[in-house]
Design a protein around this ligand. Structure first.
Ligand code: C2E
Ligand code: MG
Ligand code: MG
Ligand code: MG
Length: 278
């Protein structure tokens, strides 16, 4: 502990430092418990075809329903989960739950659409990702074409390993999407080396499409390039009609964003999928 004679600055620094590492440890411990107690829930955000306006997919987004702290958004615990490695267990649960739920919607007679699941790079480091996915599909009975795996660009990865892994996954028949496209370190590298079905234009490019001519050019170019490579394009974070019109004009395939729907509960998705829903 800091000496009494120490100045306030030093004390404050020291205190806030220990507080935050204590906080981290507490959260990590609670997260470990949360995995056993199944405190995680999935919300789903609809994805729409820009031409027809129909819902053509949903993205599963995890939340932590903490008994004392309430609903914690992924941004507040995923980084810590990645750091501690617990993202692997959480990710396993997310994958299984998303597949189970999607199969349940299908069995209820609702239109079949793919569910997108976010994967952490930590899940690729394991050697058995493809066989894990295959097991989950078998267990839940979900047809692989209704599963889409979202991967993000990351600097620290072994390209040949990830490439092998993605090929194995593709062979299973699942789709691969590149999430947050344009924000990472190796966007083009991904397109060149990996079997990618779809890219998701990051929200940061979509936001100012109408005000910033550079963003408009970038988005238009990403869409055109992807299509030349036979890759589908979905825009993330669409919040306004103007953004949607721009994307439609430039032949973007799909969109996802608050303009049409934020992430919602599985019950809400069920309603939205029910024929006649407006
Ligand atoms: P992401 O995969 O890029 O997911 C999209 C995020 O953007 C979601 O935040 C969604 O609520 C938000 N969003 C969607 N439309 C709009 C919009 O129009 N405007 C704005 N401002 N935001 C919009 P969320 O649910 O808080 O998730 C944040 C991130 O956490 C995700 O970004 C993803 O990277 C990560 N994440 C979520 N679930 C999982 C998971 O199961 N596993 C892993 N590894 N990461 C996850
Ligand atoms: Mg995503
Ligand atoms: Mg994204
Ligand atoms: Mg994003």
């Amino acid at each position: 502990k800091v000496k009494e004679s120490g100045k306030n600055d030093c004390m404050l620094y020291s205190d806030s430092w220990s507080n935050s590492s204590l906080e981290r440890l507490t959260l990590q411990h609670e997260m470990y418990r949360a995995i056993q107690r199944c405190e995680f829930v999935l919300h789903y955000q609809p994805q729409y075809d820009l031409g027809s306006g129909t819902m053509v997919g949903v993205e599963a987004l995890v939340r932590w329903n903490h008994p004392q702290r309430g609903m914690i958004p992924p941004g507040s615990f995923i980084p810590l989960a990645e750091e501690s490695g617990m993202i692997v267990q959480i990710g396993d649960w997310v994958l299984e739950e998303a597949c189970r739920q999607n199969k349940a919607w299908q069995e209820a007679g609702l239109p079949s659409i793919p569910v997108s699941v976010n994967l952490s790079i930590r899940q690729f480091v394991q050697n058995d990702l493809a066989s894990k996915v295959s097991d989950v599909l078998t267990r839940t009975g979900l047809d692989p074409k209704y599963l889409d795996l979202e991967i993000t660009e990351s600097m620290t990865m072994d390209v040949s390993h990830v490439s092998r892994c993605l090929l194995d996954l593709t062979e299973l028949g699942v789709n691969i999407s590149v999430d947050d496209f344009g924000t990472g370190y190796s966007s083009f590298h991904y397109l060149k080396n990996f079997p990618i079905d779809r890219l998701k234009i990051d929200r940061s490019f979509v936001r100012d499409i109408q005000q910033d001519p550079n963003d408009a050019e970038i988005v238009a170019a990403i869409i055109a390039m992807a299509h030349n490579l036979n890759i589908q394009v979905i825009a993330e974070g669409v919040e306004t009609e103007g953004q949607m019109e721009f994307l439609r004009k430039h032949k973007c395939d799909e969109m996802q964003g608050f303009f049409w729907s934020p992430p919602v509960s599985s019950d809400n998705i069920e309603q939205m999928l029910t024929p006649g829903y407006v």
